[in-house]
Ligand binder design. Structure first.
Ligand code: ADP
Length: 485
C-alpha cells in the first residue's frame, strides 16, 4: 500500500516552510506507526520552536501578497487543490488507513468530505460581502469591510487526519489568511501529502506551512508570536483550555473544537430500525474515535429490552480488522493508551453495577484492537456517562420520561453533538430546543457536512466550522466612516 503512495510522490516526511521541504534543524525525527500492525511507516522531521518561528515568518510575509489577490484568484487555486485531492483519493485514503487505522471505506469517505470543505470555501471566497450602513449624519457614509485576520495557527488531531485540516485551512485561505499547520504527531503523513497537493495546485509557497514534532514547543511558539493572529484547534478539552489561556497574552482570536459527550436518546415512540441504524453509525464510526460519537445511548424504559437485543445483534455484525481489508468495518484504536483508557472506563462501570452485554475486552487480533462493546445499566456516576470514552463502547442508560432524558443529556460540561430518535414531530422540536448542544441529529446518526455549522457549546468549544458561518472565524470587521461629504 505504501508503494502506491510513494509512487504517486505523496510520501513526504519533512516539514514544509516557505514552500521548501525541510528537515528538523537538529536533524531529529519521530516515528509514524501503523496502529494495526505496529510497523514503522516513516520517520518524519521532529520540529520545535525554531522551525515554527520560520514557518510563521514565511506565512507572515506571504500574507501580504495572498490577501491582495482577488477572490476569484484565490478561488481558482483552492478549486485546483480540491481537484488534486480528489484525483489522489485512493493514495490519500491508503495513507490515512495506514497511519490512523480507519477502514478504507471510511478513509475514502474522509477524502471526499475533507475535499468538500476546500470546494465549499473556494466558492465562499467570492461572497465576503461588506455593508453600507445608513448614516446618522447626512454628510457621512458608513461602511463595513471584512478583512482576513492574518496568520493562522492551526493545530489538529489524529482522528480525521485530512478533514480537520481542510476545514480550517480551506476557509482561512479563502479569506486571504495564511497558515501554519501543526498536524498530530500520530498522523502527519496525510497532512504532508495534502500540503504537497496544495503546492502543486499553485497555492503560493508560504501560504500553507506544516511543522510537527514537539507539540508544546510548537504550540508555545505559535502562542507567543504577535504575528499569529488566530489559533484554531481541534482536540482535547484540556489542550484547548491551555491554548485559550495562552492566547490571552497576545489577545488572539480563538476557535476551539473540543471533546463531546454526545447523548443519543431513543424514545419509546422511535422507529426502532432507524434508531438502531442511526445509533450504530453514531457510536461506531472510526471505532468510536470522533468527538461527535454517541457516548451515551439513553433508552426509554418501554423500548429498552427490545432495543438492547436488536442493538447487540447489529453490533455483532461489525467486523474488526486491518482497515486495508475490504470487509473491515472497525479498525484498531489509535494506540495502547487509548485502549487503556477504555479498559479503565469499563472497570469503573462494572465495579459500579453496569453489566457487559457484549465484548468488554481486547480483541484477539492484539495490538490496539478492542471488541465492539455494549454495556447495560450505565448510570450518571460512571466514567462512561461523565466522560468521552473515545472507543468502541456503547453504554446503554435507561430512562423514564422525556424530562429525565433531557436532564440526563444536559448533565455534562460538554455540548457538541446530540441525537434523538422519535417519530413525534412535537417531541423532536421540544427536545432539540432543550438540548444544550451545538448540533442535533433527529432520526440521523451522521450529520456533519461542509454546508452546515459544526461546533459546540459549554466546554465543547468556541466558534463554528463549515458553512457560511465558518468564514467569520477568519475575518475581522472594519468600520470606515467617510465624513464631510
Ligand atoms: P487527542 O486526545 O485527540 O490526541 P490532543 O489535544 O492531545 O488530543 O491533541 C490534539 C492536537 O493538539 C495534536 O496535534 C497534539 O499534538 C496537539 N497538542 C497537544 N498538546 C499540545 C500543546 N501543549 N500545545 C499545542 N498543541 C498541543
Amino acid at each position: 500500500a505504501m508503494e502506491k503512495v510513494r509512487a504517486a510522490g505523496l510520501l513526504r516526511t519533512q516539514g514544509l516552510i516557505g514552500g521548501k521541504w525541510v528537515d528538523a534543524y537538529d536533524g531529529k525525527t519521530l516515528e509514524v506507526q501503523n496502529p494495526a500492525t505496529g510497523e514503522t511507516l516513516a520517520n518524519v522531521s521532529c520540529m520545535g520552536s525554531k522551525e515554527t518561528s520560520d514557518a510563521i515568518a514565511s506565512a507572515h510575509s506571504t500574507f501580504y501578497s495572498w490577501s491582495k489577490l482577488t477572490a476569484n484568484e484565490r478561488c481558482k487555486a483552492l478549486r485546483k487543490w480540491h481537484d488534486l485531492i480528489i484525483s489522489h483519493k485512493e493514495e490519500l485514503a491508503l495513507l490515512m488507513t495506514l497511519e490512523q487505522g480507519k477502514p478504507m471505506k471510511e478513509a475514502l469517505g474522509e477524502v471526499t468530505y475533507g475535499a468538500s470543505f476546500i470546494e465549499y470555501f473556494a466558492e465562499e471566497a467570492k461572497r465576503i460581502y461588506g455593508d453600507i450602513i445608513p448614516p446618522t449624519l447626512s454628510d457621512r457614509r458608513l461602511l463595513v469591510l471584512k478583512q482576513p485576520v492574518g496568520v493562522v495557527g492551526a493545530i489538529t488531531p489524529w482522528n480525521f487526519p485530512l478533514a480537520m485540516i481542510t476545514r480550517k485551512v480551506g476557509p482561512a485561505l479563502a479569506c486571504g489568511c495564511t497558515v501554519v499547520v501543526k498536524p498530530s504527531e500520530f498522523t502527519p503523513l496525510t497532512a504532508l501529502a495534502a500540503a504537497d497537493l496544495a503546492l502543486q495546485a499553485g497555492i503560493p509557497a508560504g501560504a500553507v506551512n506544516v511543522v510537527m514534532g514537539n507539540a508544546p514547543e510548537i504550540g508555545d511558539a505559535l502562542l507567543q508570536s504577535t504575528q499569529v493572529r488566530k489559533i484554531t484547534f481541534t482536540g482535547s478539552t484540556a489542550v484547548g483550555k491551555t491554548l485559550m489561556a495562552g492566547s490571552a497574552n497576545t489577545v488572539k482570536k480563538v476557535s476551539l473544537e473540543l471533546g463531546g459527550n454526545a447523548p443519543c436518546i431513543v424514545f419509546d415512540d422511535a422507529d426502532i430500525g432507524v434508531a438502531i441504524k442511526g445509533s450504530l453509525a453514531a457510536k461506531f464510526r472510526n471505532s468510536g474515535q470522533t468527538c461527535v460519537c454517541a457516548n451515551r445511548i439513553l433508552v426509554q424504559e418501554g423500548i429498552y429490552e427490545k432495543f438492547a437485543s436488536e442493538f447487540i445483534k447489529a453490533v455483532q455484525s461489525l467486523k474488526v480488522g486491518n482497515g486495508l481489508e475490504e470487509s473491515t468495518s472497525q479498525g484498531p484504536l489509535i494506540n495502547e493508551a487509548a485502549v487503556q483508557k477504555v479498559e479503565k472506563f469499563i472497570n469503573d462501570a462494572t465495579s459500579k453495577g453496569a453489566n457487559i452485554m457484549l465484548g468488554g475486552k481486547r480483541h484477539s487480533l492484539g495490538m490496539s484492537f478492542y471488541e465492539p462493546t455494549v454495556v447495560g445499566n450505565v448510570s450518571n456516576d460512571m466514567l462512561l456517562f461523565r466522560e468521552e470514552v473515545f472507543g468502541p463502547v456503547a453504554p446503554l442508560v435507561p430512562f423514564k420520561t422525556e424530562e429525565d432524558a433531557i436532564h440526563m443529556a444536559n448533565d455534562t460540561n460538554a455540548g457538541l453533538a446530540a441525537y434523538i430518535f422519535t417519530k413525534s414531530i412535537t417531541r423532536s422540536w421540544r427536545v432539540s430546543e432543550a438540548l444544550e448542544y451545538g448540533l442535533v441529529g433527529v432520526n440521523e446518526g451522521i450529520i456533519s457536512t461542509e454546508v452546515a455549522p459544526f461546533g459546540g457549546v459549554k466546554q465543547s468549544g468556541l466558534g463554528r466550522e463549515g458553512s457560511k458561518y465558518g468564514m467569520d472565524e477568519y475575518l475581522e470587521l472594519k468600520y470606515i466612516c467617510m465624513g464631510n461629504l
